[in-house]
Write a protein that binds this ligand. Structure first.
Ligand code: NAD
Ligand code: UGA
Length: 334
């Protein structure tokens, strides 16, 4: 049995990190950036890149890096403690994302992967005295707001089963961290709609750009006036690393720039960067789809010194370029 090591302080430079959800959109970018900074990374994900094409695509750039160990494991059931020795930080990004499917038959997986698996991870991380755990929470915990930017102190009103599980997940991590004998500090990051290369295929910008390349129609649920505080992946990753390397007590921090854009605005940008007219199908609004998100970013600025620096047009251009390269297409002018 492993004997827990003395706790390091979270503001020591990272030497070794564990990333859960490493084969996912945000997790794979995070692993890549950490490796570029000279950090040894253990990535864990239940999607095996030998079996799952999306995971293989996400991990293609790093899978054979000498300082990267990828472990296929499901956090609901796998042995977690062997992944953690000597970790300076755990980045917990594994989970079932997506608002709409959480109303359906997959709900049990949301609960098991977002809550029960997190309980298992927290138990292991606190027992091994991992100094810092950064957990991926979500802007969705705020629910339908009054239109003002959401501050971390606002009363959460999750509007979907997914959002309820994300609120439970972050609060569960913070509850562990608040125990008197706990040496692990937790930073819960409430990410606001992250986009960029390798964005999940169910997400709006990825679907729009795919429609631009294929000529197929994209559905817009509602009138397209919903607004999101879209956050470029590199900015999300820099906030995530700062959350592990900054000396802080346990905290909740918004990761969003404080401005938002409507889906119709995004359609306009996507048409401009691709030079294509995108065919749109107007569909019924979906339950749990809030009218607007917008972060109050002042805590991220104050505690992490974080300022996003990718504007929407450039970010959508980078995502389009990636999609084009991946498909080997040359039909759109980016
Ligand atoms: P993603 O689906 O691309 O990545 C999540 C990864 O977690 C997947 O590779 C999946 O296989 C893995 N996973 C799920 N359940 C697991 C389990 N039980 N054991 C091991 N691995 C498991 O999603 P993403 O967009 O990269 O999101 C990452 C995290 O950030 C999620 O927790 C999500 O809720 C949160 N988040 C994402 C956004 C966004 O805009 N993408 C915004 C807010 C919060
Ligand atoms: C995104 C992620 O998908 C969630 O995992 C995450 O938790 C959340 O951000 C967050 O910020 O916390 P969402 O903002 O709904 O959720 O992002 P998209 O899935 O890209 O959807 C954005 C908007 O486009 C929504 O109004 C959605 O209904 C709409 N949409 C999406 C369409 O109109 N058509 C589509 O094909 C897809």
């Amino acid at each position: 049995m492993h004997t827990p090591a003395p706790a390091a302080t979270p503001h020591d430079p990272l030497r070794r990190a564990v990333v859960t959800g490493a084969a996912g959109f945000i997790g794979s970018h995070l692993c890549q950036t950490l490796l570029g900074l000279g950090v040894s990374v253990v990535g864990v994900d239940r999607r095996d890149p030998d079996q799952h094409q999306g995971a293989a695509v996400n991990l293609a750039a790093i899978r054979h890096e000498p300082d990267f160990i990828f472990v296929t494991g499901d956090l609901r059931t796998c042995a977690i403690e062997p992944l953690l020795p000597d970790a300076d930080a755990v980045f917990h990004l594994a989970g079932i994302p997506g608002v709409h499917p959480s109303w359906g038959a997959d709900f049990d997986d949301y609960v098991a992967s977002n809550i029960s698996a997190t309980q298992r991870l927290m138990h292991a991380a606190t027992r091994l005295r991992v100094p810092r755990l950064v957990v991926a929470s979500s802007s969705s915990v705020y629910g339908a707001t009054d239109g003002n930017p959401s501050a971390e102190t606002d009363h959460p009103r999750p509007a979907s089963p997914y959002a309820v599980t994300k609120l439970a997940e972050e609060q569960l991590c913070l509850a562990h961290a608040a125990r008197p004998d706990c040496d692990t500090t937790v930073v819960a990051l409430r990410y606001f709609t992250v986009y960029g290369p390798r964005q999940r295929e169910d997400m709006f910008i990825q679907r729009l750009l795919t429609a631009a390349v294929t000529g197929q129609k994209v559905s817009i649920y509602g009138d397209g006036n919903q607004r999101r505080d879209f956050t470029y992946i590199d900015d999300a990753v820099s906030a995530t690393i700062a959350a592990a390397t900054t000396c802080l007590p346990s905290s909740i921090i918004n990761v969003g720039g404080g401005t938002n854009a409507s889906l119709n605005d995004i359609l306009h940008h996507a048409q401009e960067v691709t030079g294509q007219t995108i065919r749109v199908h107007i569909a019924s609004p979906r339950s749990g789809d809030v009218p607007a998100t917008c972060a109050n970013p002042s805590v991220a600025r104050r505690l992490l010194g974080w300022n996003p620096n990718t504007d929407l047009h450039a970010g959508i251009g980078a995502q389009a370029e990636w999609l084009l390269t991946r498909r080997g297409a040359s039909t759109i002018a980016v």
